[in-house]
Design a protein around this ligand. Structure first.
Ligand code: UFG
Length: 329
């Protein structure tokens, strides 16, 4: 299959690219390198540098390559930044997807798998979250993902473009050999931040809040290994090929870990001291987010194979091998 991967040089995209090449697909990557890293791409992938919002550029890519399906990761994804700069999120995430769907329609490409997020749900009390829970995003980032889902729905009705929308919970970890991994600048996610402490890139980690309604007072999240996530995208493509039907599913492990449990696990895995302190709550953080993954099991035949130990272990391997991330800081 010829797969066009939008945002293929990003953290999750680059893991998918590697997994798709291993399954002998042809991979064409589009990335503007705003947050992605060219170094994360294997040489077997065809790379086209450009922005999905640029219709002439995207059209030229579809003209040059006979695309069978798209896998769409290209988006801004920082919740906090989205509250400060909401229009950036609507422009890059929503308008970018609009251009992509338009060009797909023009070239009769009828299959797309795309990154949605647990952020579409907002806050809920009863866990695990199933796909029929009401969507009520609490950030422009979550809102932009929900708008992307809605555009997909109407593009399906009007043009027959079938989609699988994958609502990720907390993605972490790295390729098993540590060759590629998570390198966000600035980094805001818990696991890479915790691992920056034993690498001496920060003196301590601040845990945001210890007065949440959870067993130890810190927030609980559902972590999914980026390699498991990549395989879910391949299963989603297989589903579209076979079923010709659109689908929205959660991707998570159906188990939750508190921030303090993550910290403790990282201390055990690195076998190094990780000083920590408790700080203020971070605005907008829900107490607890745990996915139901029953639907993914049932319809995509997907279950996570890797656990929190594998997640932190692989992330540690990547960070040790790339203490400055990709390239020079
Ligand atoms: N945290 C800290 N200290 C830090 C960084 C994070 O205590 O230095 C805490 C956060 O407050 C939160 C937990 O660690 O309680 C996890 O935070 P992350 O930033 O790692 O992840 P989020 O749960 O905020 O975000 C994830 C995805 C988003 C998605 C969101 C849905 O990364 O893309 O879940 O709520 F939108």
């Amino acid at each position: 299959m010829n797969i066009l991967v939008l945002g293929g040089a990003g953290y999750i995209g680059s893991h998918f690219v590697k997994a798709a090449l291993l399954e002998k697909h042809q991979v064409i990557v589009v990335d503007n390198l705003q947050t992605g890293h060219k170094e994360s791409l294997p040489k077997e992938a065809v790379f086209c540098q450009g922005d999905i919002k640029n219709k002439a550029f995207l059209t030229s890519v579809f003209q040059k390559h006979a695309i069978d399906a798209c896998v769409h990761f290209a988006a801004n994804s920082l919740v906090g930044e989205s509250v400060e700069q909401p229009l950036k999120y609507f422009e890059n995430n929503v308008y970018g997807t609009m251009v992509l769907l338009d060009v797909m329609n023009q070239f009769h490409v009828k299959q797309i798998v795309f990154s949605s997020s647990a952020a579409v749900y907002g806050s809920h009390q009863v866990m695990p979250i199933t796909e029929d829970y009401p969507t009520n995003p609490t950030s422009p980032y979550g809102e932009s993902k929900l708008m992307m889902e809605k555009m997909m729905k109407w593009a399906d009705i009007a043009y027959g473009i079938k989609y699988v929308s994958l609502r990720y919970f907390n993605v972490a970890g790295a390729w098993e050999d540590g060759s590629i991994g998570e390198d966000h600048r600035p980094e805001t996610h818990l696991i890479p931040i915790v691992l920056q402490v034993p690498l001496k890139k920060r003196p301590h980690v601040t845990i945001f809040g210890s007065d949440y309604q959870t067993k130890d007072g810190t927030c609980i999240r559902d972590y999914i290994h980026v390699v498991d996530l990549a395989s879910a995208h391949l299963k989603a493509l297989a589903y579209l090929e076979k079923q010709h039907m659109s689908l929205t599913v959660n991707l998570g492990s159906q188990s939750g870990y508190s921030n303090l449990e993550i910290l403790e696990a990282a201390r055990n895995i690195t076998n190094l001291e990780i000083p920590s302190m408790i700080g203020q709550r971070r605005p907008g953080d829900p107490d607890k987010l745990i996915a139901s993954n029953t639907l993914a099991k049932e319809l995509l035949d997907w279950t996570p194979q890797l656990d929190i130990f594998d997640i932190i272990q692989s992330a540690w391997r990547f960070h040790k091998a790339h203490p400055k991330g990709y390239g020079v800081e």
